[in-house]
Write a protein that binds this ligand. Structure first.
Ligand code: GAP
Length: 448
């Protein structure tokens, strides 16, 4: 998949099949914003549900949280975002475009795309200046400085400021984590690569609090567990890597950060960062709020600021990685047995928006009624789709493009022996299964 048109074809499939649309599209679009259509919203939800299930529901040492997007301005002063969450911005006085100074060599001059900004004889680039990425808004009716707040640029700070609330309201003991999924906002200078770098996106973050002396061990555990999570959901082989940051890349308070990276069609990109944050955040909030955020250990009778390991993932960025990995073109026979190119999304069954499609072979001889009965029955368990229009081969192709792992066809034989065919999206092989075994058959395979 290393050709330049892959992204174009994927973006076009996403629009055609109702995965992802450009934000405010009928008004010409709003750069860096994206809307998730009927299939996209299911894929995004399945990713978030899989994350929540694997990291919260099935663990005793993690609890959930849903904090506000709008938070007191002091939160961002304490965290360092107000003074440091900046990118270096360069303007071109000639074409009026803006560029990130650290990405000039990956950017194109709008006047001459074969050149980088600054290389065209008319370019007039300014010096780089710091541009804060947080969006500002106002609480209350008066737009004055005192009422100014930021839309959160990460969900993590909502967790830190609730550390004491969670400790006081639960009986959870260290080591434990607080997990949160939610929207974050960054006024990116150059939103790009489809949904990869957006101005509004979703994150899935855990802050895991532990004793300082166990923090290195937890860091290693989380780093490995998070890498495996993506592998288990289908991001395999040479497209996925774990990259440990060099000393020069680390924040002053961190003694370890690793990125889970995916090989997107344009190159490696970060999916998730696993960072050892020490006690930096709790210390800062303790100082700025004046509240005691230490933890009291009942067993050792010690009071201390826990150290924190932060696995911080992008939910919407994961959508793109799973779509890139799933997107494939192979050869399949058409209605007349002639081989033709088929587009297929080989999404992991846990992530596929629709789990099975149900087709009557023809619209007569009781086939629609029998199909509808199976459809209604399966609908109680997972998302399914009913389609009776057009040639069955074309219906299969539509579902292949939508990523549906199984297609059931109810044909003439169903009335005599109560069997239906179940077609596997990836192998295109068909099996006959009796109608009373269909649910069990699908449930077993959807787990894998
Ligand atoms: N609390 C730590 C934190 O926010 P980050 O590396 O800035 O760390 C974590 O963000 C993850 O959020 C990234 O690995 C990426 O998956 C996602 N992310 C960050 N900025 C994004 C953007 N502009 N668009 C989409 N996803 C983004």
């Amino acid at each position: 998949m290393a050709d330049n048109t892959v992204m174009e074809r994927l973006v076009s499939l996403c629009k055609r099949r109702g995965y992802i649309f450009a934000g405010s599209e009928i008004y010409g679009g709003l750069k860096g914003t994206w809307d998730y259509g009927p299939l996209g919203v299911e894929l995004l939800r399945n990713i978030k549900n899989a994350w929540w299930h694997d990291n919260v529901t099935t663990r005793e040492d993690i609890v959930g949280l849903d904090s506000s997007i709008l938070m007191a301005r002091t939160v961002w002063q304490a965290s360092g975002h107000e003074s440091n969450f900046t990118d270096p911005l360069i303007d071109c006085k000639c074409c009026k475009e803006r560029f990130r100074a650290d990405q000039i060599m990956e950017s194109q001059c709008p006047r001459k795309p074969s050149k980088h900004p600054g290389e065209h004889h008319e370019c007039q680039l300014t010096e780089a200046r710091k541009f804060n990425l947080m969006f500002k808004t106002f609480v209350g009716p008066v737009e004055e400085d005192a009422q100014m707040v930021y839309l959160r640029p990460e969900t993590a700070q909502g967790i830190f400021v609730n550390f004491k609330n969670v400790c006081d309201s639960t009986r959870i003991k260290i080591p434990f984590g607080i997990a949160q999924i939610g929207k974050s906002f960054r006024n990116e200078i150059t939103p790009k690569q489809f949904i990869f770098r957006s101005r509004e996106f979703e994150q899935m973050e855990i802050e895991f609090f532990c004793k300082p002396e166990t923090s290195q061990e937890w860091y290693a555990r989380w780093r490995d567990a998070r890498f495996k999570w993506y592998q288990d959901l289908g991001l395999k082989g040479s497209n996925l890597r774990l990259r440990e940051h060099g000393k020069e890349e680390l924040s002053f308070y961190s003694c370890g950060t690793s990125d889970v990276e995916y090989m997107f069609p344009w190159g490696w990109g970060e999916l998730e960062g696993i960072a050892h944050r020490g006690d930096y955040d709790l210390k800062q909030h303790q100082q700025f709020s004046g509240k005691d955020l230490t933890y009291f250990d009942d067993e050792t009778k010690e009071r201390f600021l826990p150290h924190v390991i932060e696995p911080s993932a992008g939910a919407t960025r994961s959508v793109l990685a799973f779509l890139c990995e799933a997107f494939a073109e192979d050869q399949a026979p058409n209605e007349k047995g002639v081989m033709e190119t088929r587009t297929v999304l080989r999404l992991h069954p846990r992530l596929a928006p629709v789990k099975a499609a149900i087709f009557p072979l023809v619209k007569k001889e009781g086939m629609p009624e029998r199909s509808m009965a199976i459809y209604k029955d399966l609908q109680k368990h997972f998302p399914v789709f009913y389609d009776e229009k057009g040639a069955v081969g074309r219906r299969y192709r539509r579902q292949d493009e939508a990523g549906t792992p199984f297609c059931l066809t109810i044909d003439g034989q169903t009335a005599t022996d109560q069997t239906v065919t179940i077609r596997d999206r990836d192998s295109m092989k068909q099996e006959r299964v009796t109608t009373d075994k269909v649910l069990g058959y699908l449930l077993e395979r959807l787990k894998s």
